[in-house]
Design a protein around this ligand. Sequence first.
Ligand code: AVJ
Length: 321
Amino acid sequence: MSGAGQQFAFLDLQPELNDMFSEVCTGLNQSAKSLSPKFFYDERGSQLFEAITQLPEYYPTRTELALFAAHLPEIAERIGKGCCVVEYGSGSSLKIRQLLQALSPAAYVPVDISKDYLLNTAKVLSADFTGLDVFPVCADFTQNMVLPTQVANLPRVGFFPGSSIGNFEPAQALQFMQRVGATIGPHGYFLIGVDCKKDPLVLERAYADGAGVTAEFNLNVLVHLNRVLGANFRVEQFQHVAKYNEEQGCIQMFLRSECAQQVNIGETAFSFDAGELLHTENSYKYMPSEFLALAERSGFRCLKHWLDERDYFGLYLLQAR
Ligand code: AVJ
């Protein structure tokens, strides 16, 4: 596919079901059981996350959107037109729409593990942005990744909004940032939104909302494993827990087994004690000084960063060295 006209091509690097099965088993065999937060995002999980972003208690999305509205003109000015935007995790489409509007890039590469959700949103964006080439990649961006060959010669801008960096352990966050640097190349830009440390009560309310949407999002990981791996989790026997871990500086989400029970995935059995916690997510929070140090250590310099008036959320424009 080349020449005139708008391009759309899908690159499918979706991990094998076997990889998912072994990763899930590894997590459930640990003495402190855990699941990777990437397993939240089947189609339903992506929808539930979108619903979370609208909750009154969940301040990150609207705070970041307000930062975009205020500062995208300046960001676009610095980056210039005609680049390729690589978005890690195609989340709330409102943000990417604002960015595409402001930047007028030549190409957009959304990378997401949730195939159907990715394809649907990519098609809608392709239809709405005339002249924009769209190359969705279904992949696990926590692993090494290649870009579609079509964008090989464009200057690149990485985009990682929503404080998704918070899902990585600090050491993995450093590794991820280094890989982004390698993907976008020397002098490539990286626009990233990062949630700040703040009053733990504000944080805990944001992850245990009154309407129970976050609880449903958390429990949906079990529904996902039941459907895709043929597991037999009894979802009603688990309870949503969200707690700020002061030492680690992260919100932690768990599913608490409400009784002693056994769960099977195929031939493999896992037993839960009453009250046992299954860890499902860490969401690390970074003071601006902490994130700036991380950016430096992973090979970026910060051109500029912006915070809202409450210092709840930071938007950082980085450039790879
Ligand atoms: C998508 C990882 C940024 O950590 O705030 C929202 C996920 N989990 N509510 C976050 C999430 C519970 C979200 N990230």
